[in-house]
Design a protein around this ligand. Structure first.
Ligand code: FES
Ligand code: FES
Length: 155
């Protein structure tokens, strides 16, 4: 089947099997490697992307669902001020170890801070509840997201 959608602000039209996941389409066909394949079953969040602005597990989205939609990965937010502050805070707070969970974690955090620039700890924890991290124990990730929210408020 032929599908057309927006990827990081650019129009994409491609041929795709109707049972290919967005995750495989991004990694195998479109060369977007920040999106990680962990469980491939909707359990780990490593494959998180924004679909029309909301975080989703791309391993659970099949190609026919993409027509006319907008997909965003971290590559598309490199110059975004909220994402830049998140990345700075993740680095400074030691919220990245192996980095496998990081792109998905950043996108979940981004969606939170885009809509709520004064989140509570519980709101931060809820925002990343679907993103598993095997390295950090989450403490530094939660701290980094709260620190980023402060940086955003400070301008
Ligand atoms: S790879 Fe999609 S949720 Fe784990
Ligand atoms: S930093 Fe390794 S899984 Fe999160």
């Amino acid at each position: 089947m032929r599908i057309s959608f927006k990827l990081n602000g650019r129009d994409v039209t491609c041929e795709a099997r109707d049972n290919i996941s967005l995750l495989d389409l991004l990694r195998r066909e479109l060369g977007v490697k920040s999106v990680k394949k962990g469980c491939d079953q909707g359990e780990c969040g490593a494959c998180t992307v924004l679909l029309d602005g909301s975080p989703v597990n791309s391993c659970l989205i099949l190609a026919p669902k993409l027509e006319g939609r907008e997909v965003t990965t971290v590559e598309g937010l490199q110059k975004d001020p909220i994402m830049r502050r998140l990345v700075d805070s993740f680095i400074e707070d030691g919220a990245i170890q192996c980095g496998f969970c990081t792109p998905g974690m950043l996108l979940s955090a981004y969606a939170l801070l885009r809509d709520n620039q004064r989140p509570t700890i519980d709101e931060v924890k809820r925002a990343i509840v679907g993103n598993l991290c095997r390295c950090t124990g989450y403490v530094n990730i939660v701290k980094a997201i709260l620190d980023a929210s402060e940086r955003i408020r400070d301008g």
